[in-house]
Structures are given as C-alpha cells and as structure tokens.
Ligand binder design. Structure first.
Ligand SMILES: NC(=O)c1ccc[n+]([C@@H]2O[C@H](COP(=O)([O-])OP(=O)(O)OC[C@H]3O[C@@H](n4cnc5c(N)ncnc54)[C@H](OP(=O)(O)O)[C@@H]3O)[C@@H](O)[C@H]2O)c1
Length: 219
C-alpha cells in the first residue's frame, strides 16, 4: 500500500514506517528534521502558517495514498492559563488541524482512502489537569476519525491510543519511569496486526503494566 505517515521520522511513526516498508509497502514519512531512512522523507512543518493550503499543495505533489497514518504529536504540560495563545494554537495545528486537512485534501484529490490510522493517547479518554489542549486534540482527533469512518469514502479507520512509550516525545521532560514504558516497536507490531482484520472502524487502547491491547470497539 502507498503509505503516508505524518510524524514518521521518529518514535512510533518511524517504527510503523519500518514495518510497512519491510512488508513491501511504499512509504513516505514527514517531520521537520531530516532523517536518513530507507524510504522517502518529505519535510512538512505542522507549526507554520497557512496549514490548510500547504497540506493541499503537499498532497497534490505526491502519488495516490492508500494508507494515511497520523502520528505527529509532542508533549505539552500546563494548565490552560499557563499556556500562551501560541502554545495552544501550535498544539491544535499539530494534533488537530493537520489531521483534518490531510484527510480532506486526500479525499478531495482521490475521492477515497483505503485506510486511516490515527494515533491518539490515553489522554484521549483520561482528563488531565495539565494537559487540557492535548486532551482536546486527542479526544477530538479520535472522534473526527470515527466520524470519517461513517463517511463511506474512507474504507477502514483504526484509532489507536497508546500509553507511555520510550520515544523522543519525552526528550526534554524529566520522567523517572522511562524504563517501564512501552517499546514503540512492540506498539507498532500491535497496530500492524490490528490492521489485518476486516472492519470499517476500530478503536483500541494499547496499555502497559502489563503491556496489552484492549479492543474497545469494532464495527
Ligand atoms: N511517547 C509517548 O509516551 C506517547 C504516549 C501516548 C501517545 N503518544 C502519541 O504518539 C504519537 C507519536 O509520538 P512519539 O512518541 O513517537 O513521539 P516522537 O518520537 O517525538 O515523534 C513525533 C513525530 O511527530 C513529528 N512532529 C512533532 N511536531 C511536529 C511539527 N510541529 N511539525 C511536523 N512534525 C512534527 C516529529 O518530527 P519532527 O520532530 O522532525 O518534527 C516526529 O516525526 C504522537 O501522536 C503522540 O502524541 C506518545
């Protein structure tokens, strides 16, 4: 499958890219920092202005996409009044608007998409005092993806909410339990396996201690 992974240069997105590539899929990954990968890297900054039109141009310049994986994200901590307007807008762009406009642009160009994989977080369903905007984008991204599964033009939607993973996400954060969090390669294996079944929509939680997959809904 021709696969586009938004936020595929490190962490979970990169692990998924490696697995799809090994399975023979054509993979394009995006991020801001260039990485050397055995598949195509295309820079795309989700924080910059004119997001919707830049996404439209990006999609118009690449081949038909069969699988879109939306894995971009970063850690943001602070109560709503601790965050600047710019902090809030950036998180909404990276986690929310990016997902919406990539799906919209692909459907406008192609008329259909075989598969959408949306990576959320336990913050999708767990409210946290210091993650109000992250809570907003993960819950919204999940529900948006669920709605898109009802559209008919996206044949299959997987929403996967992982618990903590050992990735660059935590690069600038003090966290003393990093040896206990999930291995992103293991999480990627679970996602690839979960994609194999036949369904229109599936929501899974990928949890830790013990590492496990809970399928919450399939239809
Ligand atoms: N790690 C965890 O504990 C954890 C837990 C639950 C859910 N998640 C979610 O899992 C997904 C993958 O995260 P990860 O843990 O794999 O983190 P990661 O290693 O930091 O990867 C994040 C990816 O998003 C890209 N990205 C971030 N900000 C961007 C921006 N402004 N513009 C363009 N690309 C941007 C990064 O590329 P550049 O840095 O090159 O821009 C990178 O490719 C995210 O949606 C995250 O919210 C993570």
């Amino acid at each position: 499958m021709n696969t586009l992974i938004i936020g595929g240069t490190t962490g979970l997105g990169l692990e998924l890219a490696k697995k799809y590539h090994t399975n023979g899929d054509v993979v394009i990954v995006t991020g801001r920092k260039e990485v050397k990968v055995p598949f195509e890297f295309k820079p795309f900054d989700l924080s910059e202005a004119n997001l919707a039109s830049r996404i439209g141009i990006f999609i118009s310049e690449i081949p038909t996409i069969e699988r879109l994986v939306y894995a971009a994200g970063y850690f943001q901590e602070g109560r709503i009044t601790d965050l600047s307007d710019d902090n809030i807008e950036e998180m909404i762009n990276v986690g929310g608007r990016g997902l919406i406009y990539f799906v919209k642009s692909i459907l406008e160009k192609q008329g259909s998409l075989e598969e959408l994989v949306t990576i959320t977080s336990t913050s999708q369903w767990t409210p946290r005092q210091k993650e109000p905007i992250y809570n907003f984008i993960k819950a919204g991204g999940a529900h948006f993806s669920n709605a898109v599964a009802e559209d008919g033009r996206v044949a299959k939607v997987l929403v996967a909410g992982p618990a903590g993973m050992r990735t660059a996400f935590w690069e600038d954060v003090e966290r003393d339990d990093l040896d206990e969090v999930l291995d992103p390669s293991w999480v990627a294996d679970q996602i690839v396996e979960l994609e194999n079944d036949t369904y229109t929509y599936r929501f899974v939680r990928i949890l830790r201690q013990p590492a496990r997959v809970e399928i919450i809904e399939t239809r």
